[in-house]
Design a protein around this ligand. Structure first.
Ligand code: ADP
Length: 228
């Protein structure tokens, strides 16, 4: 049964003070269930990155509640937030940020070692993910020896390495050609189904967004269903 892994209730987020206040989110509500992939499509400056940062506990709202896998976060201190983020959230960026001096496999193993997993188990998990994402044959290559699409699939594997219940992606196919974007998105989709994570993906690409379970946008600081 699907569970609400990510829940935002009445979230307000503004930047600045007084006349210069930029009200980005005003009473935003959102629920993303396990195994669900939600695409976030909105014009530049609408608040997509802000919403993702809030969901990823990288920023805090001025008011409202963000609940991740049943944990209320509004009253958590910095350390507890960081710990919750590390154990529940996987983040994929537009640019992969893979470590250049390490192989694809090592890049996916690393976050697991940091989380305290044994080397053999971490390697097994990494190979499973690389296989699922169709890049297992590239496991021993360094990022510079990989195509943009391969690099991005490895970044997705890295984000998923510690079994995050919530996967957030900010324009994950933003710098890829259409055909490669399709492949990367399909890989992301199969990963989410397979792992039962809740995913929120910001994208400008409508063709990809249409493949999501649902499309949302931001209007007057609220999250609303996107109608084409
Ligand atoms: P998007 O990702 O949709 O392009 P953002 O979430 O980056 O939008 O930004 C939403 C609005 O908030 C923009 O008007 C932006 O200028 C403003 N903003 C974002 N971050 C800050 C900040 N740290 N300080 C002031 N304004 C900000």
């Amino acid at each position: 049964m699907s569970k609400p892994h990510l829940v935002l209730s009445g979230v307000h987020r503004h930047y600045g003070e007084g006349e210069r206040t930029v009200r980005v989110l005003e009473s935003a509500d959102l629920v993303v269930n396990s195994g669900e992939l939600v695409a976030l499509v909105a014009p530049s400056g609408a608040g997509k990155s802000t919403l993702l940062h809030l969901c990823g506990l990288l920023e805090s709202p001025q008011s409202g509640e963000i609940e991740i896998v049943g944990h209320l976060t509004s009253k958590l201190g910095d350390r507890a937030r960081t710990q919750l983020r590390r154990s529940t959230v996987g983040y994929v960026y537009q640019f992969h940020h893979l470590l250049p001096e390490f192989t694809a496999l090592e890049n996916v193993v690393m976050p697991q070692l940091i989380a305290g997993k044994a080397q053999a188990d971490a390697e097994q998990r990494a190979m499973e993910l690389l296989d699922l994402l169709g890049v297992a044959p590239r496991a021993t290559h360094r990022p510079a020896e990989l195509s943009g699409g391969e690099q991005q699939r490895i970044a997705i594997a890295r984000a998923a390495a510690n079994h995050p219940r919530v996967i957030l992606a900010d324009e994950p196919t933003g710098n890829l050609d259409p055909e490669t974007s399709d492949k990367v998105f399909a890989a992301l989709q199969s990963l989410i189904r397979n792992e039962g994570a809740a995913a929120l993906i910001a994208t400008h690409n409508y063709d990809l967004a249409r493949k999501a379970d649902r499309i949302i946008t931001l209007k007057d600081g609220r999250v609303v269903a996107h109608t084409v």
